[in-house]
Every structure is written in C-alpha cells, then in structure tokens.
Design a protein around this ligand. Sequence first.
Ligand SMILES: [Cu+2]
Length: 155
Amino acid sequence: MNKTFITILILVIVILGGYFLLKRTEVQAPTQETSQTPVITEESPSVDQNVATNIITFTSSGYSPNPLNIRSGDIVTFKNESSVNMWTASGMHPTHIVYSGTSLSEHCPDKTNVTFDACQGIPPGASWSFKFEKIGSWGYHDHLHPTFFGKIIVE
Ligand SMILES: [Cu+2]
C-alpha cells in the first residue's frame, strides 16, 4: 500500500516536473520574439525621417530649400510660413501645363491631387502636400506672387 502510494507520488512529481519544464520553454519562446520587435520599431522612425525631410517652407523671401532633390513617389509638403496666401503650382505661369500636360482651367479643382497645382490659396500657417510620381526637373511658382519660384528634381 505504501509502496504504491510512493510510486504514484514519484510519477506525479515526474509528470508535474515535465509539465513545468515544457511550460518554461513555451514562455521562453515569446521572450525571444519580443526582443526582436524593437528592431522593427527602430526601422520605422527612419522611414518617417525621410518623409519629414521633404518639407519646403514658404516665407516672405520665397521657397526654401531650393532646389530640392527627391525620389519618385516622395511626398513634398509646402508649409506656408508667410503672412499671405500661398498657391504653389507647376510652371509655366499662368497655364501650369508643364507637369500635368493640362492647363489650370482644365485641371482645377484637382480632386485626385495628381496635377502639381494647389488650385487655391493656402492660408498662412497651413500647408499643402503633393506626391511626385513623374521623374524629371519640375519648376514651380507661387501663382499669387509669380516672382517666387523653385525647382524639384525627381529621380
Ligand atoms: Cu501661375
């Protein structure tokens, strides 16, 4: 009777020991996965930093930086830090035909945002973004003050 009890007790200890040993290896596995996660998060901000560099500020002295080199598919944000409205548009003034192949009267208002033309004055403190899909050297200007102009080189 005592011998059977001891045998069962040993069996229970062995089974429980094996169970906890297995459970520990299961716990260890996700720990390795979580240690890999920060590597992925470290990559994401560097992508955001690339996007953040494509900012052109518009002040009372015009557009800066100028010219700006970007890659096809990049988004450029034009920030109006002047005290007047800013209407950024493709050359040439007044038709804006160079980037899209269509004139201002044909492509404005641009609901799909595929023509390089804000199609309206952007107020001070606001910004306007455009995604460049076409490779080339694209001159632009402020349609409201055409003496302010710049160039975006898409590679
Ligand atoms: Cu114009």
